[in-house]
Design a protein around this ligand. Structure first.
Ligand code: SF4
Ligand code: SF4
Length: 470
């Protein structure tokens, strides 16, 4: 090692006593370093910017993504999903859950390490903290120092920025349920409905407290995923792993007996950068979110002490025992997850491509089942609900087939107008001439046909009920 490298390593040892394994008693001030996994973490965080900008996208004159609860519609760009199609949402949830299971089985808590809102927001908050209050050592000193003008100024600035992020997070969430520009206007003019204020207050509180104060404690104590992940990983899952064979016995890089030691120079930098305060050298632990930051830290040390990188690296338990990692398609757990994944994807694609533009429901009246007219004719009453899911008005005719001698009373079926995005309920009577129908129940079909493009033809099975032999 050169003199300057020796100096850097000796500085590390100086700093090492500040790095503690997390036992929950103090705030973790993790050191930030650059590296492959740090960059990946930034990319993961960057995806969340979409959360903030998506409400501002417009499509066809309205907000592109909108959960319109009063109208019971979910708008997703050109697509409008109605409560009748909500089964697709269930498939989407299954898809997300199974993706999480599959990824966890392959590479552990990748979601936690790179994408989870809790770790991402905490990362943003601590990044700001570092910009305002300085390095981990300086932050610990500031926390321990008595209150003075400087400390008040720094803390006030930091908490103001944290609160601003929390407010924007809350407003953005509410904006997925109503027009974003109107919402901003109503918040600023203090004219928002009570539900909007409740959502905002909940998000400000949640974001500020969880990301600003509780941080990794949420992962340790509140997150259910951390509890169940152990049943999702197996000996083939690749996780950040400390190479015990190579690293031990750990000890100082130079000095007496250093030549018989392993490659771990016991600098504690892997603990110092860990956002959850885990010492990965003690093996895989519940607190590890598999973010890989300890890999970056250890690689940087190995570079400095001129030893090969990878003392901590992504590896499976089997690999560490010298076995070969089986290919994905030979792992039953991964195959099962992928099978469910593709089934859910197939269901969603089918649903999206087969959403009917008009939803029809026809209910035969029960009280009375039929009406006997004074001239002997029999009439049946039907309640019809037609929902136009498109963005334009539609016109239909309605006829019945399969019932000779039966006709729609009046001109009710001649031209039915369905307003865009509206449900039209109406009643319709069918009449049969005396003696035409021989059975008590006669099945037939209603045909619902559009009179102009888009051409839509819907059939609906129903029955005509009459007194026997009439
Ligand atoms: S594993 Fe690497 S980073 Fe951690 S103490 Fe050892 S040398 Fe330092
Ligand atoms: S031990 Fe390493 S991979 Fe696990 S959370 Fe800490 S820094 Fe991330």
């Amino acid at each position: 090692m050169t003199d300057s490298e020796k100096g850097m390593v000796s500085d590390l040892y100086e700093e090492a006593h500040h790095y503690h394994v997390n036992v929950g008693g103090e705030t973790i001030h993790a050191k930030r370093l650059t590296g492959r996994f740090r960059t990946l973490k930034w990319y993961g965080s960057a995806l969340w910017l979409l959360y903030f900008i998506m409400p501002y996208f417009r499509w066809d004159g309205q907000q592109a993504i909108l959960f319109d609860i009063p109208e019971r519609q979910f708008h997703l760009f050109a697509l409008t999903i109605w409560p009748q199609d909500i089964w697709m949402l269930a498939l989407v949830l299954i898809l997300l859950a199974i993706t999480l299971f599959a990824v966890t089985a392959v590479a552990g808590r990748v979601w936690c390490g790179y994408f989870c809102f809790q770790t991402v927001w905490t990362d943003w908050f601590t990044w700001l903290e570092e910009k305002i209050e300085g390095s981990p050592v300086q932050r610990r000193k500031l926390d321990a120092a008595p209150w003075n003008g400087r400390k008040i100024r720094l803390k006030l600035f930091k908490h103001t920025l944290w609160l601003m992020i929390s407010i924007i997070t809350g407003v953005t969430f509410a904006a997925y349920f109503t027009d974003v520009f109107d919402l901003w206007y109503r918040y600023v003019s203090l004219d928002a409905p009570i539900e909007a204020w409740v959502v905002l207050a909940a998000f400000i509180f949640g974001t500020y407290v969880f990301a600003g104060f509780m941080r990794e404690q949420v992962c340790f104590w509140l997150c259910p995923y951390a509890r169940i992940q152990s049943v999702m990983v197996d000996k083939d899952s690749i996780l950040p792993t400390y190479d015990v064979q190579r690293g031990e016995p750990r000890g100082k890089v130079s000095g007496k007996g250093s030549e018989s030691r392993g490659d771990c120079i016991d600098c504690h930098l892997c603990v110092g950068v860990c956002p959850t305060g885990v010492d990965i050298r003690e093996g895989m632990q519940e607190g590890c979110i598999t973010c890989g930051l300890c890999i970056d830290a250890c690689d940087s040390i190995m570079d400095r002490v001129k030893r090969p990188r990878g003392l901590i690296h992504y590896a499976s338990e089997k690999e560490m025992q010298g076995e070969q990692l089986p290919p994905l398609f030979k792992r039953p757990r991964v195959i099962s997850y992928l099978a469910i994944f593709f089934l859910a994807v197939g269901g969603i694609v089918y649903g999206l491509t087969h959403i009917p533009p008009v939803e029809l429901s026809i209910v035969h009246a029960r009280q009375p089942l039929y009406i006997q007219m004074s001239n002997g004719d029999v009439q049946n009453k039907y309640t019809i609900k037609a929902l136009n899911k498109t963005k334009g008005d539609l016109h239909f005719t309605m006829t019945s087939v399969g019932l000779d001698g039966v006709f729609i009373v009046g001109n009710k079926g001649d031209k039915i107008t369905l307003k865009a995005g509206k449900m039209v309920p109406f009643h319709l009577f069918l009449a049969a001439k005396r003696g035409v129908l021989k059975n008590k129940k006669t099945p037939f079909q209603f045909i619902f046909k559009s009179v102009e493009p888009p051409f839509i033809r819907l059939t609906y099975e129903s029955v005509f009920i009459s007194p026997r032999g009439k």
